[in-house]
Design a protein around this ligand. Structure first.
Ligand SMILES: Cc1ncc(C[n+]2csc(CCOP(=O)(O)OP(=O)(O)O)c2C)c(N)n1
Ligand SMILES: [Mg+2]
Length: 347
């Protein structure tokens, strides 16, 4: 099965009926934009907080907002599972985490729902939305997601699992083992690669010998789909189809969203050492938040006054989350052993 080729869209001109043809209401299309914008503003603040030495580390989802909001829209919140990776800020916001939740994690304060401030920032987890905590070694979430999908199949429910990772992570054995297992057992899991073309400083051609991550799907007996990762509606379309296939019991899908990371890999990276400013500027023309805004304007669903109101509301929520987390207490020292070894019998 060869990967389906999808043409990368030019900066989007209006296609007003596209979201309705996908079964999305005008309100839902606007909400997708809102979540992308909120994620962007929150993420920008997190960078600033790092540069002000308020927090120790940040790893960003900037540029991935369309890929994430589009995909999260295809899931039933609280019913389906997400085994995320560290860029999934917009995905976790869409599935019900709040800016306060995410800021508590960034500051490492008490009440951080991801890990009670034990993990590094952006190691998301949120029990109410079935968002599973991941480890730092990349790709470990992939076979674990297949394991969850195996349990779902064993229990006979109609839940599905989405797991996210970058294209560099496909160089790990875990990726291949996870897909192989899911392919053999026709498990209800979607492998969602957010291909931003780099693994820190390593470009894609030094990560893999094939052109597309989706090309690997054929080896594991599942469809491989390529989608424009800067187009939220296209990502929704691809994930919705993959989720429906998984729910029907037909097995896994590998979806590759082609996108770009216009910021450094993390707060501790200087991307000027491995890529040109011209390349970054070229991709900024296809900024997913701007593309979605243009789409809504073309569809007559957003004007300048609405857009400014959205921005003001996002800033207010980010300010609130920032203050809330900054002023929150650190967890007491004894919490370090809670939820880790605490449940084990004393030796
Ligand atoms: C097994 C392992 N090797 C190396 C690292 C260090 N590391 C953290 S993120 C990363 C890049 C991963 O690239 P990709 O999978 O493309 O995701 P992206 O960060 O580009 O979204 C690396 C090498 C790690 N966390 N785990
Ligand atoms: Mg990458």
């Amino acid at each position: 099965m060869a990967a389906a080729q999808v043409k990368m869209a030019e900066p989007q001109t209006s296609a007003p009926a596209k979201h309705r043809a996908l079964g999305l209401s005008d309100e839902q299309a606007r909400e997708m934009y809102w979540l992308m914008l909120l994620s962007r503003r929150l993420d920008e603040r997190m960078w600033i907080l790092h540069r002000q030495h308020e927090v120790a580390f940040h790893i960003s989802g900037i540029g991935h907002e369309a890929a994430q909001v589009g995909a999260a829209y295809a899931l039933k919140r609280g019913h389906d599972w997400l085994h995320p990776y560290y860029r999934d800020i917009a995905m976790t916001l869409t599935l019900g985490m709040t800016p306060r939740d995410l800021m508590l994690g960034l500051f490492g304060k008490a009440g951080d729902p991801s890990s009670g401030a034990k993990q590094m920032p952006e190691h998301f987890a949120f029990r109410a939305s079935k968002i599973v905590s991941s480890s730092s070694p990349v790709a470990t979430q992939i076979p674990q997601a297949s394991g969850i999908a195996f349990a779902i199949k064993y229990k006979g429910t109609d839940e599905v699992v989405v797991t996210c990772f970058g294209e560099g992570s496909t160089a790990q054995g875990d990726f291949h083992e996870g897909l192989n297992w899911a392919g053999i057992h026709k498990l209800p899991v979607i492998f969602y690669c957010q291909n931003n073309q780099y693994a820190i400083s390593v470009p894609q051609e030094k990560e893999m010998a094939v052109k597309n991550v989706a090309d690997y799907a054929a080896s594991y007996g599942m469809p491989g789909v390529i989608v424009d990762g800067n187009d939220a509606l296209e990502c929704f379309r691809a994930l919705r189809a993959a989720v429906a296939r998984a729910r029907r019991g037909e097995g896994p899908t590998l979806v590759e969203a082609k996108t770009y990371r216009p910021v450094p890999h993390s707060s501790d990276d200087d991307d000027r050492t491995y890529r040109s400013r011209a390349e970054v500027e070229e991709w900024k023309k296809r900024d997913p938040v701007l593309l979605m805004k243009k789409y809504l304007e073309g569809a007559g669903l957003l004007d300048e006054a609405n857009a400014q109101a959205y921005d003001a509301r996002a800033k207010q929520m980010v300010d609130d989350a920032n203050e809330f987390a900054k002023n929150a207490p650190y967890p007491p020292g004894e919490d370090a052993i809670k939820g880790v070894w605490g449940a084990l019998p004393k030796l």
